[in-house]
Design a protein around this ligand. Structure first.
Ligand code: F6P
Length: 324
């Protein structure tokens, strides 16, 4: 193998740049040439390629976003689109591709690799942490910390004005961010898609709490459940107490990556290059415990999330125990 390509795809995540840096520098260390694909799969189709050198990735380890840009690309989800993408890679003498992204990007990578017999390795990067086969995806730790610091600020007004506040966080169909900030931020309740929630029961608890002298509440809602406004108006309707709401939105995707995300990105970036060199394909590099693991891309995108669901239920019950 002489030449590889690299792209970032789907929603940007803090730490993608640290992964780009690690891939480029590890590849050059192993005497490979590296090509960056601009705007994810869109750049494969156009094609829009740039050469990446040691100095192309200087001083990006602490920057959020991705220097390669990213996009969601519908055309790539047709067999013709993928064939065109691989043709453009082969025309440039590229022999392997590294895809930094989440679930949707990995599904595309799996199809590209199997339909066209093209070596592909995925690096998990999404704030949602909804990929199977890795304890963490790049960006999720930063997003949790960003949301937590916003919630700490909201708590100042919640406690000073004795209010009920509903805070909506991102996370697509997973409540990873919601549960972690719920526990770390001392929330009174967390509504997530993967555990049962009952808004009427929660409102009864609020009324009971007020009767006993508890005056302020922070309720975290994951975007996969409902909007913060919707939940706040239901609380007002059932309890009669004024309730404020806020949606944290895309601030959770931005900012400088935490130490944990930078370290993870650096380790996974190196392993992805070496996996390609060992002839691996259609796999993702993940971290389980402290160990780097290679798992099938189809497994990474699977719906079966028993282990994660068990952990989520444990975290939810701890939130409730500590919120009393
Ligand atoms: O997957 C990351 C994520 O931020 C999700 O949490 C959210 O649902 C989605 O992307 C938002 O996507 P967009 O920026 O395209 O609106």
């Amino acid at each position: 193998m002489r030449r590889i390509a690299l792209l970032t795809s789907g929603g940007d995540a803090p730490g993608m740049n640290a992964a780009i840096r690690a891939v480029v520098r590890t590849a050059i260390y192993h005497h490979l040439e590296v090509v960056g694909v601009i705007r994810g799969y869109q750049g494969l189709l156009k094609p829009d390629f740039i050469s990446l050198h040691l100095r192309s990735v200087s001083n990006i380890i602490g920057q959020g976003g991705t220097i390669l840009k990213t996009a969601r690309c519908k055309e790539f989800f047709t067999p013709e689109g993928r064939e065109k993408g691989v043709k453009h890679l082969r025309e440039q003498g590229i022999e392997g591709l590294i895809v930094i992204g989440g679930n949707g990007s990995f599904y595309g990578a799996h199809l590209l690799s199997t339909e066209n017999r093209f070596p592909v390795i995925g690096i998990p990067a999404t704030i949602d942490n909804d990929i199977i086969g890795t304890d963490f995806s790049i960006g999720s730790d930063t997003a949790v910390n960003t949301a937590l610091s916003a919630i700490d600020k909201i708590r100042d007004t919640v406690s000073s004005m004795e209010r009920i506040f509903v805070v909506e966080v991102m996370g697509r169909k997973e409540g990873y961010i919601a549960l972690r900030v719920g526990l770390g931020g001392g929330a009174e309740d967390v509504l997530v898609p993967q555990t049962e929630y009952d808004i009427e029961r929660m409102c009864e608890e609020i009324k009971e709490g007020r009767r006993k002298g508890k005056l302020s509440w922070i309720i975290i809602v994951s975007e996969g459940v409902a909007g913060s406004r919707e939940v706040a108006s239901l609380i007002e309707e059932f309890t009669g107490f004024e309730t404020r709401s806020i949606t944290l939105g895309h601030i959770q995707r931005g900012g400088s990556p935490t130490a944990m995300d930078r370290i993870l990105a650096s380790r996974l970036g190196k392993e992805a290059v070496e996996a390609l060199l060992k002839g691996e394909t259609d796999k993702m590099v993940g971290i389980v415990g402290e160990k780097i693991k290679l798992v099938e891309l189809t497994y990474a995108c699977a719906k079966e999330r028993k282990e994660k669901s068990r952990r989520d239920r444990e975290i939810y019950s701890l939130v409730k125990i500590l919120a009393t």
